[in-house]
Design a protein around this ligand. Structure first.
Ligand SMILES: [Zn+2]
Length: 406
């Protein structure tokens, strides 16, 4: 009786093939790109290597493995494995995905960097298309996968004063004296700008002084960074940035114009499809002090991050559905991506939106009969309103991510 009713409904509203078409699930495995940047972890221990090996991608073991890229960005496009062929995902969907999803394995510090907002990114691309190849902004979501060390935002005025007092002899600068005399954000900004434009001779002299100072301990960040980069201006800038040790699961939303530098550990990173970076130091890559200074000039008070006070720009992006084991990372005003972290210990029904990428971080699961093993990446082309997720025998827990645009 029930079935009859349903058929009647189908016949009335839409031809039957419409419903038939709708239940064809377009899920495909992806073959993803990777980056062997110098700061990556050696292949023996890198999480990126483990992911690549599991997906049977041949690698040169002598290289460091820094990043695993899931998306269509031209610098590392993913390929889609269709029934009879493997081709670029961008060709298959006839365009780009608005997001990029990454796994990072960081052994050595990355550059001190920031990502300009949409307007400035566009201007940079127009004026220097050779350097700034992307015209897009790059809001980033960082999630630690283990103990993760990073630099983030400038320290508070009080903290900065302590640093300048501690190294009074080394910071023999008019701007440092002004800041000590009058503890204002304007004087703090002037000091940072002065530091950014120190001549090579000037900043090398300061760093040599810092290294010899009795205040600088053997295991200090100053000494560690010196061992990696030598007399790099970034060492002085790093002293005025928050030095964080994040735990597994901690996340930060890195809004536009926030200086940051990853130092060590594994993390997931979701971002807009962009590679737009302005670097200030701690890198052999191009350092662009002029454009970094332009952003400081515009936004310096917003670039100060005081952990005791917090900043909604950074942390208001998480909602938790405990019953379902779902954490949603969704930033208001950012439409390029939304990320879900799903942990299951029994079978469950979930919704997967169209043009999503799934990454299995732990465990082996079956999604509507498709076997998805640990470290597999899957592209879901059409929306699945009731994707049945089951644990594969022998596996009692699984964790995976789903990213899609909004
Ligand atoms: Zn970044």
């Amino acid at each position: 009786m029930k079935l009859k009713k349903k058929n009647k409904y189908i016949n009335k509203k839409k031809p039957f093939f419409f419903y038939f078409k709708k239940i064809i699930l377009k899920m495909y495995k992806l073959e993803c790109s990777y980056q062997t940047y110098a700061w990556g972890q050696p292949s023996q221990k890198s999480l990126v290597t483990k992911i690549l090996r599991k997906n049977k991608i041949e690698i040169d073991e002598s290289k460091p493995f820094a990043e695993y890229w899931m998306g269509t960005h031209i610098n590392g496009p993913s390929k889609i494995k269709l029934e009879n062929e493997t081709k670029l995902l961008s060709e298959h969907i006839n365009g780009d995905l608005p997001y990029l999803f990454k796994v990072l394995s960081v052994e050595k510090p990355l550059s001190i960097q920031l990502h300009p907002d949409k307007d400035f990114a566009k201007k940079l691309h127009e004026s220097h298309p050779d350097i700034y190849k992307d015209s897009n902004h790059k809001p980033e979501l960082f999630i630690a996968l283990d103990d993760f060390e990073l630099l983030f935002g400038f320290i508070s005025i009080d903290e900065a004063i302590k640093k300048v007092e501690m190294y009074k002899n080394e910071f023999n600068l008019k701007e440092a004296d002004n800041f000590l005399n009058e503890k204002t954000v304007e004087n703090y900004e002037s000091l940072i700008k002065k530091i950014i434009f120190l001549t090579k001779e000037e900043y090398e002299l300061i760093i040599k002084g810092l290294l010899q100072s009795k205040e600088t301990k053997e295991d200090s960040l100053i000494k560690r960074l010196y061992n990696y980069f030598g007399l790099d201006l970034g060492i002085i800038v790093s002293m005025f940035m928050n030095h964080f040790f994040k735990k597994k699961g901690d996340s930060i939303f890195i809004s536009a114009n926030y200086p940051h530098a990853y130092i060590h550990g594994n993390c997931m990173e979701a971002m807009a499809c962009s590679d737009n970076v302005i670097r200030l130091g701690l890198t052999p890559k191009l350092v662009d002090r002029k454009n970094f200074e332009i952003i400081i000039d515009k936004f310096f008070p917003d670039m100060i991050y005081d952990e005791n006070i917090g900043d909604p720009k950074i942390f208001e992006h998480i909602s938790v559905n405990k019953d379902k084991g779902i954490i949603t990372y969704d930033k208001k005003g950012i439409d390029d991506f939304k990320l879900q972290e799903i942990e299951i210990s029994t079978s469950d029904d979930i919704l997967i939106e169209k043009k999503s990428i799934l990454f299995i971080l732990e465990g082996n699961i079956k999604i509507n009969d498709m076997i998805c093993e640990e470290y597999n990446t899957i592209f879901v082309e059409n929306e699945i309103t009731h994707a049945k997720v089951e644990l594969i025998e022998g596996c009692n827990k699984a964790k995976f991510y789903i990213i899609n645009s909004k």
